[in-house]
Design a protein around this ligand. Structure first.
Ligand code: SAM
Length: 246
């Protein structure tokens, strides 16, 4: 039986591609990629010409069986996403879950992930954190999710796109005001890498004053106020009751 490798790729700086990742991607029989055209460009750059096929959110349940049968034939496969670590807000969970249930060998080849790269340089607490992926696209659901956060989660980390960054900061301020500390990591490992920290209002002001600061990819990190820990249950009840008010 073959091995299924989960291979992390750079999130910007190509020098972050590990030697082991390149070796595994060169040696496997097939690479399952989120977007084959995107990954082909990266692999061409490194002279890797392994055959690719597409594995994305819409076909991964169907592809799990196919991947299992290739592994049964003794083929080795690797999974890559467009950037960073597969399965982290990227496809692959259903395949890995299926392969584990079938007793296949799944081997991680670690490397960059925007989540950890942003958090470690943010200046916010790292001893405990919650990664919540992408927040809902609609403002109402986003605010509901934001108001559900509690200090016991530690630093809350999430991904945001250029399209929603300003709306997201507006919602964050509406829900938490100046009670939270925020760090924003933009374009990490790339030319315009920027770390901002302060209150939501500070960060929102910087982004509205300079539209260049709203470009690119973002990780947002939020440190919730400690003193609310004791009355978080009471606050939850209060929030439920407030929703009932006309
Ligand atoms: N699997 C990836 C990982 O391990 O980081 C994340 C994939 S997710 C679809 C893409 C999101 O990750 C972007 O919208 C952005 O929020 C974040 N991201 C990826 N690269 C980034 C970078 N260089 N700087 C800041 N955020 C980044």
């Amino acid at each position: 039986r073959g091995t299924f490798y989960i291979v992390a790729t750079p999130i910007g700086n190509l020098e972050d591609f590990t030697d082991r990742a390149k070796k595994v991607l060169t040696e496997v029989d097939f690479i399952a990629a989120e977007d084959t055209r995107h990954s082909k460009r990266l692999l061409n750059h490194f002279g890797i010409d392994t055959k690719l096929f597409a594995l994305h959110d819409h076909n991964e349940r169907d592809k799990a069986n196919y991947i299992g049968s290739l592994l049964d034939e003794g083929k080795n496969l690797a999974l890559v996403s467009d950037a960073g670590t597969p399965l982290i807000s990227d496809p692959g969970y259903h395949v890995v879950n299926f392969l584990r249930q079938q007793g296949h060998k799944v081997v991680p080849v670690p490397g960059p992930s925007a989540l950890i790269t942003a958090l470690c340089a943010s200046g916010l607490p790292t001893d405990r954190f919650s990664f919540v992926g992408f927040l809902p696209a609609k403002s109402k659901s986003r605010r509901d999710e934001m108001s559900s956060w509690t200090p016991s989660q530690g630093t809350v980390v999430f991904y945001e796109s250029t399209h929603r960054i300003l709306d997201c900061l507006v919602d964050l301020e509406a829900v938490w005001g100046d009670r939270i500390q925020v760090a924003l990591a933009r374009e990490i490992t790339k030319t315009f890498e920027t770390f901002l920290s302060g209150s939501v209002a500070d960060i929102h002001r910087i982004l509205t004053e300079d539209s260049n600061q709203t470009r690119g990819e973002f990780v947002i990190m939020v440190s919730l106020p400690e003193q609310e820990e004791d009355n978080s249950e009471a606050l939850k009840v209060l929030k439920v009751l407030l929703k009932e008010l006309p």
